[in-house]
Ligand binder design. Structure first.
Ligand code: 48H
Length: 258
């Protein structure tokens, strides 16, 4: 078989453009392809919702690849076991109700299962702003991460979505845009972002599912960002809460999308 370089280029350009156009109007647009964002996407796509995830980095998986301090194992507790079982990640019971999984297997399996369920992930794209219409988040403003890194003055593009999920991790970037750029209040006690507290696995994991909810009309928060918004502790390398948080936000959104 003879290979045509330009045909290869055309295939990539056309297929990417078609996907990009297809996912410019979606049910849910998720910011960040860490564990919580990918779990949210997986459960929404399982119910046939149109879901897109935008990820700033080249790789998906957020902070999960490195386990704890680069020992690439993660720990999950009993409550989160069914999620990893469902997606097909091997678990080893370390002590009663403490399970250990391989970080690489978890990220690769979760991303594969999410994509195969229908989640579209665009990597190398950063969400730099939101669209607010009628006092509600109505979409995202995107640019290439390379543009952001090179500090180039290039205008962004937009996507429309019924709902947005902030699963950007510790930095809670979308919540911060709502506060700082738009001067709006969040659905927290003070209306402000309360800020993540010091590490305490038990409390961090206890509060995270309850903190995974709508924080501004049309905007939900999942994962570490949820504890950052509501002023709860970080939890270190136990990842059950991230998975349970993603699932919770998917369940809440499925109710709203009915
Ligand atoms: C596009 C963006 C943007 C943006 C960020 O940090 P993550 O892994 O997030 P979670 O919440 O799913 O998982 C948190 C977990 O990894 C963790 O850090 C834990 C448990 N810490 C505990 C502790 O004590 O430290 O993933 C977030 C993803 C990343 O891949 C970012 O690149 C991406 O979001 N992202 N993508 N546009 N504006 N901001």
């Amino acid at each position: 078989m003879k290979l045509d370089d330009v045909l290869i280029s055309k295939a990539i350009t056309e297929e990417f453009t078609q996907d990009f156009l297809k996912f410019m109007e979606v049910d849910v647009a998720i910011v960040g392809a860490g564990p919580s964002g990918m779990v949210t996407g997986y459960y929404l796509a399982k119910k046939k919702k149109k879901v897109v995830i935008f990820e700033r980095k080249l790789s998906v998986g957020g902070g999960m690849w490195g386990g704890g301090m680069m020992f690439n194992k993660i720990v999950v507790q009993e409550e989160a076991k069914p999620i990893l079982k469902e997606i097909g990640v091997n678990l080893k019971e370390y002590k009663k109700a403490y399970y250990v999984a391989d970080a690489i297997e978890t990220v690769s399996t979760l991303s594969s299962k999410a994509v195969k369920k229908g989640v579209k992930i665009f990597n190398l794209i950063s969400v730099e702003d939101v669209m607010i219409r009628k006092e509600r988040v109505a979409g995202l403003v995107l640019n290439w991460t390379a543009v952001e890194m090179a500090n180039l003055h290039v205008d962004p593009l937009t996507v429309r979505s019924k709902f947005v999920v902030d699963s950007t991790g510790h930095s809670a970037e979308v919540a911060n845009i709502i506060l700082k750029k738009m001067g709006r209040k969040l659905l927290t006690k003070t209306g402000e972002l309360l800020g993540e507290k010091s590490m305490w696995a038990e409390m961090g994991e206890k509060f995270i599912v309850g903190n995974s909810k709508e924080i501004y009309p049309g905007l939900y928060v999942a994962g570490m960002a949820a504890n950052a918004v509501f002023g709860a502790p970080r939890m270190g390398p136990i990842f059950g809460g991230m998975l349970l948080s993603g699932k919770r936000v998917a369940e809440l959104l499925l109710e709203r999308l009915k």
